[in-house]
Design a protein around this ligand. Structure first.
Ligand code: EZ4
Ligand code: CO
Length: 403
């Protein structure tokens, strides 16, 4: 079998998605998600100019060799653009291999380890009362786990909170928006938010929170400690993780479980965090961490240290990523949870899929491959629109901060 063509499809059904489609001489095709929020066309160019010419004529069944060829063969290793491009190829090749076998992808990974995939929803409100209502609404929908974020008194725009009750979508354009930030205001507000949420929702629902890289390690230690009475499932991205050692300081101060990794792209980004047991959940995804092939390496390392998976599942990864992730989650022995920030109907219509959501759980389908396709005619009706993630500045003096 040979790869005869590969194409990149860019569309914007409410937000931008980049999809790689690989075709073979036997008529089987596979697709992979290559969406890198706010930097989409850099991956398109990487694929079209540098990757696709190397794929033509290769045997699509040699997934591992092609992965190594694209990773080691580029000489320039790692990085979000490279690893997203490799991920798209890898996902499409696993899709093809599973179609050749006539099996759903999870069967090729080792088979089913669980009946369904526990997912967590995003509950966000402009203030504590609104967030509590949103948490209760998601509990009603059947979610066993809910992430709570709220507006902060005295701050104008805050991560995770939609302005006007619309779906939260951070990417806007045509230039980056600006948010303001005050760690002091955030730390003053957040423990009270979780006291109110826990009181309203009761002891059974798992609660999560995303600090989105805004705290220093010692501030994160303080927040984790103050949240301990409310028994969080996890505190996410408490501090930027370029310095993996930083998590030691947080760990010394709190038993609140820690999750990190949505912006990681290889196992090297989390090797020390995992081996030193500085985190509890690793959030790397299929799309941004080198595909199924590399996510499996990360999960296997994590399994040695009782670190569980918690795949990033925001709407800036396409329904193709979700399909592949659900097959991975169905197999991976050290599964923790799957993020589920539901796509709009418009987005879903471009990507016919057999995965489904039911009462807080997600289920991959049983059709051969990863079960997601792209309706190219419909996709063509939604042309690319440049959009950026916002930037963040300290409120009192405008210093640029982590968003
Ligand atoms: O801000 O995916 O946990 N989820 C997140 C996301 C990220 C976006 C950035 O593209 O932090 O909402
Ligand atoms: Co996050």
């Amino acid at each position: 079998m040979k790869i005869t063509a590969a194409r990149v499809i860019v569309c914007c059904p409410g937000r931008n998605f980049v999809t790689l489609k690989i075709e073979t001489d036997e008529g089987l095709t596979g697709i992979g998600d290559a969406t890198l929020n706010g930097r989409e066309l850099s991956v398109v160019s990487y694929l079209e100019e540098h990757v696709i010419p190397c794929l033509i004529g290769r045997d699509p069944q040699q997934i591992e060799d092609i992965w190594q060829y694209l990773y080691k063969g580029a000489y320039w290793r790692r990085g979000p653009v490279t690893m997203t491009a490799i991920a798209a190829v890898d996902t499409a090749l696993w899709d093809i291999k599973a179609k050749i076998a006539g099996q759903p992808l999870y069967q090729l990974l080792g088979g089913r380890s669980r009946t369904g995939i526990m997912s967590y929803a995003h509950a966000t409100g402009r203030d504590t009362a609104e967030t509590v209502d949103e948490v209760l609404r998601h509990k009603e929908m059947g979610y066993l786990a809910i992430r709570a974020q709220s507006g902060i008194p005295g701050l104008n725009k805050v991560y995770g909170v939609s302005g006007n009750g619309r779906m939260y979508e951070p990417a806007d354009g045509p230039l980056p928006g600006e948010h303001d930030w005050s760690t002091e205001k955030y730390l003053r507000h957040t423990p009270g938010l979780f006291q109110a949420v826990r009181e309203a929702v009761g002891p059974d629902t798992h609660l999560l929170h995303d600090a989105h890289h805004r705290l220093t390690p010692i501030e994160a230690g303080r927040l984790g400690k103050e949240l301990e009475p409310f028994h969080l499932f996890w505190l996410e991205d408490p501090t930027p993780a370029e310095n993996q050692e930083a998590f030691k300081l947080i760990r010394h101060h709190t038993t609140t479980p820690l999750a990190v990794g949505e912006i990681f792209n290889t196992v090297w980004d989390c090797k020390d965090l995992i081996e030193q047991q500085l985190i509890d959940y690793i959030r790397t995804t299929v799309t941004h961490a080198g595909g199924i092939t590399h996510l499996r390496v990360i999960a296997n390392l994590a399994s040695l240290y009782q670190v569980r998976t918690g795949c990033h599942g925001a709407t800036d990864m396409s329904p193709v990523c979700m399909g592949a992730a659900l097959h991975f989650d169905t197999w991976v022995p050290n599964f923790g949870i799957q993020e589920h920030m539901a796509h709009s109907e418009e987005m879903l219509s471009v990507f016919p899929h057999d995965w489904r959501f039911e009462k807080g759980m997600l289920y991959c389908g049983e059709s051969p491959g990863h079960g997601v396709d792209i309706d190219e005619k419909l996709a063509a009706k939604y042309p690319y629109q440049r959009a950026y993630l916002p930037v963040n500045r300290l409120q009192h003096d405008g210093t640029l901060w982590s968003w």
